[in-house]
Write a protein that binds this ligand. Sequence first.
Ligand SMILES: NC(=O)c1ccc[n+]([C@@H]2O[C@H](COP(=O)([O-])OP(=O)(O)OC[C@H]3O[C@@H](n4cnc5c(N)ncnc54)[C@H](O)[C@@H]3O)[C@@H](O)[C@H]2O)c1
Ligand SMILES: [Zn+2]
Ligand SMILES: [Zn+2]
Length: 361
Amino acid sequence: MPHLVRGVVARQKGAPVSLETVVVPDPGPGEVLVAVRACGVCHTDLHYREGAINDEFPFLLGHEAAGVVDAVGAGVTSVSAGDYVVLAWRAPCGTCRSCLRGRPWYCFDSANAVQPMTLEDGTKLSPALGIGAFAEKTLVAAGQAVKVDPAARPEAAGLIGCGVMAGFGAALNTGAVSRGDTVAVIGCGGVGDAAIAASAIAGARTIVAVDIDDRKLEWARGFGATHTVNSSRVDPVEAIRELTGGFGADVVVEAVGRPETYRQAFFARDLAGTLVQVGVPDPSMTIELPMIELFGRGGALKSSWYGDCLPSRDFPMLIDLYLAGRLDLDGFVSETIPLEGVEDAFARMERGEVLRSVVVI
Ligand SMILES: NC(=O)c1ccc[n+]([C@@H]2O[C@H](COP(=O)([O-])OP(=O)(O)OC[C@H]3O[C@@H](n4cnc5c(N)ncnc54)[C@H](O)[C@@H]3O)[C@@H](O)[C@H]2O)c1
Ligand SMILES: [Zn+2]
Ligand SMILES: [Zn+2]
């Protein structure tokens, strides 16, 4: 029997989100029904509401969640009812050309639930990143539900489902930050701070946090930044060079998603340095760079989707680091809010008042 639950829906581009009754089917073959316990508010949810991802309104928002498996469909063996899981927006298919080449973290055909969740009038909802977890229950593909240690509280654990994993993996998986490296992170929200925390764990010797908001820079220090730069007051490229012996950083993570911050990241690298773009741009944005600099500086310009992570490998690892006190997931949780609070949380995110507002159900 379908489940009627409350969920946060973006009906139209730019319009405030609303709390709606969502119809969630029982899990079919290969699907899992999850009772959501907590779900973080990520900037990508706001991008969806702004119509900056695609036009497939209405969206069921929320994609950074931990919960408990309610029921599993036919053929599901990886999890069972009662398991504590973090939801992943990448569930490698195992058969696409990337999976077959042994690179499942780029999977080009990641699985989602097949049955749609709908409004009461039957309108199909597009779940954000194939998850849709600002809801009491959600339906996902079995591979999206990754079992983790229940000792990690859901408010903290859910955050590795998107922002923390994206930033952590951008630094370590995509950027290959290693001991002794110099790193700069432009944009110190939840994603950027996770890149900072990861760089500290990997043994980077210098970690420069760049943001336009002093509060964010203060928090970035708490995650392991060795230096901070307010780029609304000083030229960040110059500042990063100065802090890295005049050379620029080995790895620069761009965690804003704007042309000007991409340019800063490009020029703030040392020769042969790596730029990792993790910030999501608006489809209208373009960037122009001198081609001789692209060639002459060498190195690598990469983008990082979901931190090039393999959820089944990386989620339990991040939870272990958290439980050992080495990754401060609690430090990302600025506040907990009810489902009704998502619209106001977007405003606080835009004003820079929070790292993560976390919906608790
Ligand atoms: N690639 C992925 O897989 C992935 C996953 C999750 C989020 N994202 C994207 O990463 C970006 C960051 O997400 P978040 O949740 O941390 O957002 P956030 O809003 O919490 O943080 C963004 C930060 O950038 C700062 N900022 C804004 N303009 C700036 C500028 N010109 N220079 C320097 N800093 C500036 C803000 O002050 C803020 O601290 C977003 O674009 C989001 O969509 C990407
Ligand atoms: Zn695949
Ligand atoms: Zn996200």
